[in-house]
Ligand binder design. Structure first.
Ligand code: SF4
Ligand code: ZN
Length: 736
């Protein structure tokens, strides 16, 4: 090991600890010692200190102990004559620096509460690009990915690349390998975060590129994140430093890329990271620390070219990534799932109320389809100009000895996240209300609709290879073809929905969970019972059952409903226990049959949203396709925005269109007869079933008593209509 690098890092450790001691003294003069300190919304205090030392830093006073600990860790200064064959002193100096950095950042939260933007996304307009410490909500959602393998690890990049294009190239290579990219520190005032913004790359937790802060001290947020994962998911006890560091070395595949001049402070930080088993690759000529010992291979490697940075880092960290080659011109992977295509980035779109966009998966005979055949019938992206729209029908035919028709809805629902995995493409909705937004950047790279077929073919084979042998995809973009597919699809949806028609919640002991939507709404868990289909309309009880058969460890798990805790509102002990676990404690219980008393949570996929209309003593519901005003004062988009994050919102509930006419629909609040207003298209769509249910409930003319937008879009406008028709809701018990 080079004496020089040890000297620099130890020097750095001294500098950092002294500086932070100074800042701490200053803070004690400004604030009283019992002033609260800490990172926002976390149960892990200052996580590096808490995890390694077991100390809960909650006040200024509490900082004293860990700071003294850091001071005592500092090794004796190296004299030039000393021979230093061991890593020990270097590691200690590094650790002292990291502990001091965490206190420094906590002091920053105290002194400059607005310095960091407390959000998952940056706000470019407001110039808020530094996100600081991840709060526990973000941590729970993202941290688990480090454990379940959907993110193999993270690349902590400090400094800045020589230019934005190089920064972009390095980061995209990591994204393609599903790694998180944590950004900290600046090089001569420039940061990778700013370079990425300049190069048009979206940054934030959603795209796995997280700008922590502009100073090297903010790199401590990356280590704090890793240690929280070890505590929360690895069962490591706070204070068990040895196990903590070993866990990170063995389980969290992280490393540092130092872009720019490595001074004493960066040197100390790099030395600190070696304790975690995280090596540093630098693009500059710094003394290397090659012998192995703590890290799996080398500790510090210099002079790595930018082209080789990703490859080399992965090799040195000993990371195995399963790269699945999907032959499309855009990058592909879960890292792009949360990416949005904003108006300014939009090239063209299909569906979303502008045109029809429909998805259908159907079983075929083995001899009738050709595996890998992908056809676009009609105009494709190159025929469009910016701002154009196109109808789209995605028709997937699947064949296989083991393939049953029951599996069709499960495969169909994959379209949502698989299309979202394509960089620059966004997918919303399902069935005949799908919506595809194509970004300019994707079109520049050469994206065409055929690529959707390529992705579906490849991924359905990869993920469902055991039940299928052949996949053929046809993409229709001519209006007549799309209309014909939609007509056929509607019949299929109807048949699927009707399969649960004669089942009741009372007679089934097993309900199913669905956590497919947790990538968008992290705490959201749908529970699907026979009489309450998933709020997206795409999964009913039968579908969940089939999904569980195909993939027993997948997103649909059987739940033994257990003891009924409330017959009126529909609440079961087994469901509560499951939901509490699957929402990681965020949701402890919910009711199946009420929109007022602890209703089920809602995610952004819901087909419709019900809302109370107090003056009418009733309920309205609005579906995604309806763009106009509603009597509750909010349109669908506003409602979905307010409640689509997976939170419980009493007075509102997301549900499927089909659910309106299921027998248990809000029975706890009075049931279907509470419905006083629906948009005309929704009313039309479920007309037959509405009429049948009205008769069943002893109100034969019920369908005609429901107001729609032609009657009015305020409570005042519809009330006289309800009175005139003698709507049953007006005579029911008060709702609240
Ligand atoms: Fe599953 Fe619910 Fe999402 Fe539908 S909305 S995919 S049922 S979690
Ligand atoms: Zn959803």
């Amino acid at each position: 090991m080079s004496k020089l690098v040890a000297f620099a890092a130890i020097q750095g450790g001294y500098n950092i600890v002294s500086k932070v001691e100074g800042e701490y003294k200053k803070a004690l003069k400004t604030y009283s010692a019992d002033t609260k300190v800490g990172f926002p919304n976390t149960a892990y205090y200052l996580p590096v200190i808490y995890s390694l030392l077991g100390d809960k830093v909650e006040t200024l006073e509490d900082m004293k102990k860990p700071l003294e600990f850091a001071r005592n860790l500092l090794p004796p200064q190296i004299k030039s004559a000393n021979h230093l064959p061991y890593l020990g002193p270097l590691l200690d100096a590094g650790m002292a620096a990291i502990l001091a950095f965490e206190i420094k950042e906590a002091l920053r939260y105290l002194n400059e509460p607005d310095f960091y933007f407390h959000s998952e996304d940056v706000d470019l307009d407001a110039g808020k690009i530094w996100l600081g410490a991840a709060d526990d909500t973000v941590f729970r959602k993202r941290g688990v990915e480090f454990v379940d393998g959907s993110a193999p690890g993270f690349a902590a990049i400090v400094g800045a690349a020589p230019d934005p294009e190089i920064a972009k190239a390095i980061v995209e290579e990591y994204q393609n390998k599903s790694l998180y990219i944590f950004l900290a520190a600046n090089h001569n005032g420039t940061t990778v975060a700013e370079q990425l913004i300049e190069a048009g790359v979206q940054i934030g937790w959603g795209t796995r590129i997280v700008p922590f802060g502009p100073d090297i001290s903010s790199a401590v947020f990356a280590l704090g994140f890793a240690n929280r994962a070890a505590m929360a998911f690895g069962g490591i006890q706070p204070g068990d430093a040895r196990k903590m560091l070993l866990y990170n070395k063995d389980r969290i595949f992280a490393f540092v890329n130092a872009l720019g001049h490595v001074g004493t402070e960066w040197g100390a930080a790099a030395a600190g990271c070696i304790n975690w088993g995280f090596p540093t690759m630098a693009d500059s000529d710094i003394p290397e620390v090659l012998p192995t010992g703590i890290c799996t291979y080398e500790h510090v490697v210099a002079n790595v070219s930018h082209e080789e940075m990703c490859q080399k880092s992965i090799e040195i960290r000993g990371l195995k990534v399963a790269v699945t080659e999907i032959d499309i011109p855009c990058a592909f992977g879960p890292a792009y799932e949360g990416e949005r295509i904003r108006k300014a980035d939009l090239h063209s779109q299909m569906g979303g109320g502008k045109t029809q966009c429909t998805e259908l998966v159907k079983r075929a005979e083995l001899g009738d389809i050709e595996d890998g055949k992908i056809e676009v019938i009609g105009p494709d992206i190159p025929d469009l100009k910016e701002g154009d729209t196109l109808p789209l029908g995605i028709f997937v035919q699947v064949a296989g000895r083991e393939f049953q028709s029951d599996f069709e809805p499960i495969l169909e629902r994959q379209t949502h996240h698989l299309v979202n995995y394509i960089q620059g493409i966004m997918h919303i909705g399902q069935r005949d209300i799908a919506w595809v937004r194509v970004g300019k950047a994707a079109v520049d790279k050469g994206f065409t609709l055929k690529d959707i077929g390529v992705v579906l073919h490849a991924k359905l084979h990869q993920d469902f290879g055991t039940i299928l042998d052949k996949v053929q995809v046809t993409l229709y973009t001519k209006e007549d073809d799309v209309a014909a597919l939609t007509k056929r699809a509607k019949e299929e949806y109807h048949t699927r929905d009707a399969r649960v028609d004669n089942m009741t919640d009372e007679n089934e002991e097993i309900f199913y969970s669905c956590t497919l939507c947790q990538s968008f709404a992290p705490n959201h868990v749908c529970t699907v019972s026979p009489e309450r289909t998933g709020l997206c309309g795409a999964y009913n009880w039968m579908d969940c059952k089939a999904s569980y058969e195909i993939n027993p460890t997948g997103p649909n798990q059987p739940i033994e409903k257990g003891e009924c805790l409330d017959t009126k509102y529909g609440q079961w002990k087994g469901v509560n226990d499951f939901v509490q676990k699957a929402s990681r404690g965020a949701v402890t219980h919910y009711n199946f049959y009420s929109m007022i008393v602890d209703p089920m949570t809602t995610c952004g996929c819901c087909e419709a949203i019900a809302a109370i209309l107090p003056m009418c003593n009733g309920v309205m519901s609005v579906n995604r396709e309806y763009m106009g005003d509603t009597p509750c004062g909010m349109g669908f988009t506003t409602l979905a925005g307010v409640m689509g994050g997976g939170a419980m919102s009493p007075g509102f509930v997301g549900h499927s269109k089909y659910n309106i006419t299921q027998r248990k629909f809000i029975t706890g609040d009075g049931g279907l007869l509470r419905i006083v207003w629906l948009p005309k298209i929704l009313k039309e769509e479920i007309k037959d079933r509405l009429i049948a249910r009205g008769e069943e409930m002893g109100v034969p003319g019920f369908y005609d008593m429901i107001a729609d937008e032609t009657v009015g879009v305020t409570e005042d406008e519809i009330y006289p209509f309800l009175e005139e028709k003698g709507h049953p809701a007006l005579k029911m018990d008060p709702m609240m």
